[in-house]
Write a protein that binds this ligand. Structure first.
Ligand code: SF4
Length: 292
């Protein structure tokens, strides 16, 4: 088992179990950040990775190669932290890395407000249907009836469909990917980072220790297991929310861009416009306004 940390330096030496899906997500994010650097010429420090708590959030410590800024905050609050970073430094590219436990349980209350603001960040969510770091409790995306360490008689809550939730809450760019397809996933992350507004790349990233779903996702011909993953057809109209909802009715795990609203202004664009209208005074002007 992993438990994320080693004995050498229990506080800072983060580790993942062999085969964990999060390795693929890390590689995809590294690729997307390098592509962005080559594309825009902006330095790697122009990226800020804000991490949630969990095996997925440990990604911020495990990135290889050139390092972006990293912020490992508190459980469930990756979105409020990103809001703060983006408000103070709108020119930075803010990427959230979190899991189904952090983002969809304690953190779920923040998705709606940021979707309404169209906060200009990209969230990469690693979904393994379990709390891996704390040794296998059920999460919002664990299947109904599943036996886990916290549900020894079967889970009684129904399984959340995160893609349906994001669509309903008005997230303006929604994509679904798989940790085992690194290059296509990197492309989805790039699209999400380029999107002007709130983007979520929801990734199936299996936990090899507590909930190994690789076979269920990829299928196994010998065992007669059909793959759960299926490609979103190229002719899918990503601007059509109704079409996105219909795709989700097909079940399984779609892969590709589900929804993309390119018309809504992002929060930073709106704030910038507001500043022009508000015509704010400089600090010096405010000081000078007082007579001493
Ligand atoms: Fe290990 Fe699972 Fe955590 Fe991955 S998500 S590091 S496989 S416990």
């Amino acid at each position: 088992d992993c438990s994320g940390m080693s004995k050498k330096n229990p506080e800072y030496d983060f580790k993942w179990c062999p085969g964990c899906g999060d390795f693929g997500v890390r590689r995809a994010l590294e690729m997307a950040m390098i592509d962005r650097l080559e594309e825009t010429g902006l330095p790697i420090e122009n990226n800020v990775v804000v991490a949630g708590i969990g095996c997925s959030g440990n990604l911020v410590h495990l990135l290889e190669g050139r390092q972006p800024y990293g912020f490992h905050g508190i459980h469930g609050r990756s979105l409020p932290i990103s809001l703060g970073v983006k408000m103070a430094r709108p020119e930075l590219n803010v990427v959230v890395v979190a899991g189904d436990g952090d983002f969809l349980s304690i953190g779920a209350e923040h998705i709606g407000p940021q979707a309404a603001r169209n906060l200009n960040i990209c969230a990469v969510i690693m979904d393994n249907g379990v709390y891996g770091l704390t040794k296998g409790q059920s999460s919002p995306t664990t299947k109904l009836g599943e036996i886990t360490s916290s549900t020894p008689f079967g889970k009684i809550e129904s399984q959340l469909n995160p893609l349906e939730l994001y669509l309903t809450l008005g997230v303006s760019f929604i994509a679904s990917g798989f940790s085992g397809q690194v290059r296509p996933l990197a492309k989805l992350i790039t699209q999400g980072m380029e999107h002007k507004g709130f983007s979520i790349i929801h990734v199936q990233s299996p936990c090899t220790t507590y909930n190994d779903t690789f076979e269920m996702l990829k299928g196994n011909v010998q065992k007669g297991i059909e793959p759960g993953l299926w490609e979103i057809p190229e002719d899918h109209d990503t601007s059509d929310k109704g079409a996105a909802q219909q795709l989700l009715q097909q079940g399984g795990v779609p892969v590709g861009v589900l929804y993309n609203d390119t018309f809504r202004p992002s929060m930073d664009q709106q704030v910038e416009q507001m500043w022009t209208r508000a015509n704010p005074k400089t600090v010096q002007e405010l000081v000078d306004a007082f007579e001493f």
